[in-house]
Ligand binder design. Structure first.
Ligand SMILES: Nc1ncnc2c1ncn2[C@@H]1O[C@H](COP(=O)(O)OP(=O)(O)OP(=O)(O)O)[C@@H](O)[C@H]1O
Ligand SMILES: O=P(O)(O)OC[C@H]1O[C@H](OP(=O)(O)OP(=O)(O)O)[C@H](O)[C@@H]1O
Length: 221
């Protein structure tokens, strides 16, 4: 007889920008969080859903990838920026959800106060040190990364680093802080991510991947 997995599934979603766009995508896959999820005063971090066998956890964007890669959550939604930065081998990103679109770019002061062109070593402020080092290495430049968790755009003006690598959507944040984009590194969108072992062992995970994939294809058509 085949064993039926009755352990609850845990689905991780980021509490930042992607959340509002992710909820309708999840609803189309039959996952709706309990009312407490929308109660700003509720301090729970784990929420029931309309699926009896699934709970949601709401965590910081980078932590979504960590929970899923370690199998603490079986699946989740996260930006491809986070996936690229971590490069976890236990993480599989089978569906592009076509939400949270932006790109990751190098930017520097518009008045040209960034470090000299042709340098073999640069200081870069970023939340993405791995992607940044890889990008500059490919251009023969050694990037010394200053890790920040937000407000990267302040770094050049305050002399912390000559350049930044950060997410850009409308470009308003760069413009209002006197910076210009000099190089686009990658386009970003949010992905469904799953733990590879869970995908192999739990048929519910494979079924959900198919549902999210079919819905994404329908929306794109
Ligand atoms: N300007 C943007 N436009 C579209 N998508 C964005 C934009 N900025 C970030 N994103 C996407 O949303 C994800 C979460 O970004 P956000 O800035 O909300 O994180 P955060 O919640 O501030 O991060 P933290 O977890 O450090 O608090 C990013 O990983 C990226 O995929
Ligand atoms: O091109 P724009 O449309 O201006 O968007 C870009 C900004 O959005 C993100 O920050 P967010 O507002 O999420 O805040 P954060 O600095 O806390 O990450 C990103 O880090 C940029 O600062």
């Amino acid at each position: 007889m085949t064993a039926v997995n009755s352990a609850p599934l845990t689905f991780a979603i980021p509490k930042g920008r992607i959340l509002d766009e992710a909820l309708p995508v999840m609803e189309r896959a039959g996952i709706v969080p309990a009312d407490a999820f929308h109660d700003k005063k509720d301090r729970s971090l784990s929420f029931a859903t309309t699926r009896e066998d699934m709970r949601l956890i709401r965590v910081r964007a980078f932590d979504v990838a960590t929970f899923v890669a370690h199998g603490a959550a079986q699946m989740g939604i996260v930006g491809s920026d986070v996936i690229e930065e971590f490069d976890y081998s236990d993480l599989y990103a089978p569906v592009d959800l076509e939400i949270g679109r932006c790109h990751l770019s190098v930017a520097e002061p518009k008045d040209g106060a960034g470090e000299t062109d042709g340098a073999s070593h640069l200081r870069v402020a970023t939340k993405y040190p791995n992607i940044t080092r890889r990008h500059f290495e490919a251009h023969g430049i050694q990037a010394e990364c200053v890790k920040l968790n937000g407000a990267m755009e302040l770094a050049p003006t305050l002399g912390l680093a000559g350049r930044i690598v950060d997410l850009v959507s409308t470009g308003a944040t760069l413009k209002q802080n006197g910076l210009v984009e000099t190089d686009k590194i990658i386009d970003i969108s949010a992905r469904l991510i799953v733990n590879r072992a869970a995908l192999k062992t739990d048929p519910r995970v494979a079924q959900l991947v198919e549902t999210f994939r079919a819905n994404a294809e329908r929306v794109a058509a």
